[in-house]
Design a protein around this ligand. Structure first.
Ligand code: UDP
Length: 241
C-alpha cells in the first residue's frame, strides 16, 4: 500500500519507480484505470490557485514526485523520496507495451515530433501496438476523446503540458476502462530527439531543471519566482506540522 503525504495540502505518494510500475501492471491485470500525475512544484502552485485542478490531482490514483523541488519539500518534512521522472516512467511503460503487446495511445507535441516518435518506436520495437497517435494541437477535444475511446488503449501517454494534460485525462478516464493514463509534459520532444535531456551527472545532482533553463531560457519565467516561493512556502508548511 502506498503512503500518501501532503505538500501544501496537495497529495503526493511516497513510492519508488518499481512500485509505480507494479501499480501499472496491476491496473492492466485488473482492468482498472490508473491516472498517474507526475507532480512538480509548478503544479502545486497552480493547484493552490485553481480548485478544479486541485480536484483533478486529488482524483488521480497515483501521484509521483517529479521535479527536485518536490523531493526537497518532502525532505523538509523528514520524508526521503526518490525523484520519479515522467520521462523515465513513461519510457518503462512503452517497454512494457512492447513486451506484453499492450495497446498504446500517444497524444501531444508538434506534428513533426509525434510522427517521428511513432517511426522511432516502430523501428525500436517492431511489435509495438500503437492504436492511436495525434499531435497536441487540436480544437475539437470531444472528437479526439472519442477517437481515443474507440481505440481502447491500455496505456495512454498525454504530452499536452500541464494542466491541459491532467484535465484531458480527467475527462478521458470516464470513457475508458483498464487504462494507465500519464501526463508526460515535454517527454515526446525528448523521446523523438528534438530536445536533449540533461547529461546524467546534472540529473544525479538534481540540476536537470537548470540545464533546461540554460537550453531554453524562456523557461526561466516559469520557474522564477514561483520555484523559490514554493520552496519558501514548503519551509513554512514543514514548520507548521
Ligand atoms: N503541447 C501540446 N499542445 C499544446 C501545448 C503544448 O501538445 O496545446 C506540447 C508541447 O509541444 C510540448 C509539451 O506539450 O511537447 C509541453 O512541454 P513542456 O516542456 O512545457 O512540459 P513540461 O515537461 O515542462 O511539463
Amino acid at each position: 500500500m502506498t503512503k500518501r503525504a501532503y505538500l501544501q495540502k496537495i497529495p503526493v505518494d511516497i513510492t519508488t519507480l518499481d512500485s509505480a510500475l507494479k501499480c501499472a501492471r496491476e491496473s492492466v491485470e485488473n482492468k482498472t484505470n490508473l491516472h498517474v500525475v507526475t507532480l512538480n512544484p509548478e503544479m502545486i502552485t497552480n493547484a493552490k490557485k485553481n480548485k478544479d485542478f486541485a480536484n483533478v490531482i486529488n482524483n488521480a490514483e497515483l501521484i509521483v514526485a517529479d521535479g527536485v523541488g518536490i523531493k526537497i519539500a518532502l525532505k523538509l518534512k523528514g520524508i526521503n523520496q526518490e525523484r520519479i521522472g515522467g520521462v523515465d516512467y513513461s519510457r518503462l511503460l512503452i517497454k512494457m507495451c512492447a513486451k506484453d503487446n499492450l495497446r498504446l495511445a500517444l497524444l501531444g507535441a508538434k506534428e513533426e515530433v509525434i510522427s517521428s516518435l511513432v517511426e522511432k518506436l516502430k523501428s525500436e520495437f517492431p511489435n509495438i501496438n500503437i492504436v492511436f497517435a495525434h499531435n497536441g494541437y487540436f480544437d475539437n477535444d470531444d472528437k479526439i476523446l472519442n477517437e481515443i475511446k474507440n481505440a481502447a488503449p491500455q496505456v495512454f501517454l498525454c504530452a499536452l503540458g500541464s494542466p491541459k494534460q491532467e484535465f484531458f485525462i480527467y475527462r478521458l478516464k470516464e470513457m475508458l476502462q483498464g487504462c494507465i493514463m500519464v501526463g508526460v509534459g515535454g517527454s515526446f520532444d525528448v523521446f523523438a530527439g528534438f530536445v536533449k535531456r540533461a547529461p546524467l551527472i546534472w540529473q544525479k545532482l538534481g540540476l536537470e531543471w537548470l540545464y533546461r533553463v540554460i537550453k531554453q531560457p524562456e523557461r526561466f519565467r516559469r520557474i522564477f519566482p514561483s520555484l523559490p516561493i514554493f520552496l519558501f512556502e514548503s519551509i513554512i508548511d514543514s514548520v507548521k506540522k
